[in-house]
Design a protein around this ligand. Structure first.
Ligand code: SF4
Length: 286
């Protein structure tokens, strides 16, 4: 969601162009590399319904049972192809021919998978088997809502050992704002507890989508809620790595799509400067 990306649906262009079930490569020119995505929600199911969500035919629910053997084969084969095959030369533009990360992301909430911990173990096994350079990150992109579960926390601790990073979604910092933007009912106390758990288990970035609804950018109150939430967190000694602040990178696939519009780089920058004053690093992607 951070970078304009060009998804590729196949691994081996020399053979049949069959799409894979779980693994999908994404080339990011901006990040200058290939991200190896793992989609644990091929059923397009999430426990939230963000109004900017890019998943088509999104439904409420959890990840389906994962066929771990298929996932392991797909991941091993694809990383092998990236490291030793001609995929980079033939499919990736010059300047982006390196592996950036393995990213647990996709068409729903990855931590809703009952096999989440086994998936992380599998990633560790495959990383080791193909001798993936330690510099390649393992990234979990999550809405953070299931961090209260001990199995999810265990998964995060295991991700941390794999040059891991968590991107924790925080689009608005009020219950009303989260209902409006994420279509979820929660309290900020629960969000705070989940975020503190994430930070304790693994280096954690906040990912924040800041956009206009019906032509109105987020209000001063929205900004103040967000800054107040982070200030309290920092005051109590829970420090995220920083904030990934972005606007609408790709079109929403939800019914609200016509009501959404991106903010200008200047608008994002102005909010970023307020966050920076709290002592947090902010990466802005208009
Ligand atoms: S949490 Fe992610 S997958 Fe779920 S609805 Fe929001 S943007 Fe879509």
């Amino acid at each position: 969601m951070i970078d304009p990306v060009k998804p590729l649906s196949t691994i081996n262009h020399d053979r049949d162009s069959a799409a894979l079930r779980y693994v999908y490569p994404v080339v990011s020119r901006r990040a200058g590399g290939v991200s190896v995505g793992i989609n644990l929600n091929p059923n397009n199911a999430c426990n939230w319904r963000c109004i900017y969500c890019q998943v088509p035919f999104l439904t409420r629910g959890s990840a389906p049972p994962i066929d771990l053997a298929i996932l392991e084969n797909e991941l091993r084969d694809f990383l092998g192809e990236l490291l030793h095959g001609d995929f980079m030369q033939s499919r990736v533009p010059e300047g982006a021919r390196r592996i950036n990360d393995i990213a647990l992301s996709g068409n729903g909430e990855p931590t809703s998978s009952a096999e989440f911990v086994q998936v992380i173990e599998l990633i560790a096994r495959v990383r080791s088997a193909v001798a993936l350079p330690a510099t390649v990150k393992t990234v979990l992109i999550t809405n953070g809502s299931l961090l209260y579960r001990s199995a999810v926390q265990q998964g995060l601790r295991d991700i941390a050992k794999l040059n891991g990073e968590v991107w924790f979604k925080l689009d608005r910092a009020s219950a009303a704002g989260m209902q409006r933007v994420n279509d979820t009912r929660t309290s900020m106390d629960k969000v705070r507890d989940n975020l503190i758990a994430a930070i304790a288990c693994c280096p954690t970035w906040l990912q924040t989508c800041w956009f206009a609804l019906d032509g109105e950018p987020p209000s001063r109150q929205d900004e103040d809620d967000y800054l107040g939430f982070i200030s309290a967190l920092l005051r109590d000694g829970h420090k995220p790595q920083g904030v990934l602040l972005y606007s609408l990178a790709r079109p929403s696939m939800q019914v609200e799509a016509p009501r959404l519009s991106a903010l200008s780089a200047e608008q994002l920058q102005a909010f970023a400067e307020r966050i920076v004053k709290l002592g947090l690093h902010v990466k802005v992607s208009p």
